[in-house]
Design a protein around this ligand. Structure first.
Ligand code: NAD
Ligand code: TYD
Length: 360
């Protein structure tokens, strides 16, 4: 039975990954989920998983060396899948330091603990041990509107404190691969969407605001482009890279699904109208009149677009969920989880929203 140490498993992608892994492997694997439960972490994302005997939750900060070391000492960890991070670009612009702390220092702690547990006196590693560092396409910077893609060989050129901290963590992982032959892979994925995404990110924020008849804030001219991937396709790619990827390699993950922000917002509005039943009061609230152009994000990257050629050729991964289907599944999930949304948008979220959008 393989034992996985998943960090950040109470967040958006981490929780989807854990659900995916238990759906796929059932009782054949064991997962230990380490999460500090910051504002972005929510144990309600793991409903149905927490009762499993082959699942353990540890509330801890990945920067806490002693606790992480102890987890490695007390468990024979085969795989690390490292999601834990501060992830929201806007927050990184107002408060960069915590991004450096968690994303860079936290990654250093994990790398050191995994190396200490797995490296043998002759410098080789225990058989079958693998570390996967989950990263973003934002490390590559911004593309021109009219062409080009991010390849694994594209030079790093991060612009936001978030992407700079992720780039630093990627380089740290690369340094462990090069210096210690550490058994790791890095994946750089495009923007994800799907269930359990915190409504500070574009898609859930627009769904939630539209359903309440609130303004839909569009940064700048709304023509910035992101390359959207349904979260289950990302979970599958991570698993495939860990099982089939060449150690030491980086794999870009994305699905050639580029969309301007304004297109995304209009698609959400149209889909909400299609999916809301006749007579539902919210049908009257959902309207293009809510679209509000606001001040642009500082240093706003214009376009991201992944070339997923390497992962397709070497590993055979391809995205399975078309955007039209993925956005319907996502909206259906938010319809069915109104309580989840009410819960995560109470308290601190109100304060965050006012501070972030006030005056914009
Ligand atoms: P998220 O913000 O939803 O979740 C992050 C999780 O990490 C939360 O559960 C949080 O409690 C936990 N965490 C934060 N700081 C911690 C700390 N110091 N110690 C332990 N746990 C801590 O993020 P997400 O969108 O699920 O992203 C997960 C990973 O995927 C990140 O590394 C991110 O850079 C990467 N990524 C995200 C996207 C995307 O579109 N969301 C795309 C590509 C890559
Ligand atoms: P986001 O979901 O924050 O992801 P990222 O910045 O990591 O790509 O934002 C996606 C795009 O949507 C980005 O171009 C910024 C834009 N955006 C808005 O126009 N309005 C908003 O309220 C938010 C949160 C994002």
């Amino acid at each position: 039975m393989r034992t996985y140490l998943v960090t950040g498993g109470a967040g958006f992608i981490g929780s989807n990954y854990i659900h995916y892994m238990f759906r796929k492997y059932g009782d054949e694997i064991r997962i230990i989920n380490v999460d500090a439960l910051t504002y972005a972490g929510n144990l309600k994302n793991l409903k149905g998983v927490q009762e499993r005997p082959n699942y353990t939750f540890v509330k801890a900060d990945i920067c806490d060396k002693e606790t992480i070391q102890k987890i490695f000492e007390e468990n024979d960890i085969d795989r690390v899948v490292h999601f834990a991070a501060e992830t929201h670009v806007d927050r990184s612009i107002t408060n960069p330091e915590v991004f450096v702390q968690t994303n860079v220092m936290g990654t250093a702690v994990l790398l050191n603990c995994a190396r200490a547990a797995w490296e043998q006196p002759d410098g080789t590693y225990l058989n079958g041990k693998r570390f996967l560092h989950v990263s973003t396409d934002e490390v590559y910077g911004s593309l021109e509107e009219d062409g080009g893609y991010f390849y694994e060989t594209t030079p790093y050129a991060p612009h936001s404190p978030y992407s700079a901290s992720k780039a630093s963590s990627d380089m740290l992982v690369k340094s462990y691969i090069d210096t210690y032959h550490f058994p790791a892979n890095i994946t750089n994925c495009s923007n994800n969407y799907g269930p359990y995404q915190f409504p500070e990110k574009l898609i859930p924020l627009i769904i939630n605001n539209a359903l309440h008849g609130r303004k839909l804030p569009v940064y700048g001219d709304g023509k910035n482009v992101r390359d959207w991937l349904y979260v289950d396709d990302h979970a599958k790619a991570i698993d495939m890279v860990q099982e089939k990827g060449r150690l030491g390699e980086t794999y870009n993950i994305g699905g050639h699904n580029e969309k301007q922000n304004i297109e995304i917002i209009e698609t959400i509005l149209d889909t909400l109208q299609e999916m809301l039943p006749e007579g539902d009061e919210r049908k009257k609230l959902v309207s293009r009149e809510l679209i509000t152009y606001v001040e642009d994000r500082k240093g706003h990257d214009r376009r991201y677009a992944i070339a997923p050629d390497k992962i397709k050729a070497e590993i055979g991964w391809e995205p399975e969920t078309m955007f039209k289907e993925g956005i319907r599944k996502t909206i259906a999930w938010y319809f069915e989880h109104e309580e989840w949304m009410a819960d995560v948008t109470s308290g601190d979220y109100q304060k965050y929203y006012e501070e972030m959008y006030e005056g914009k």
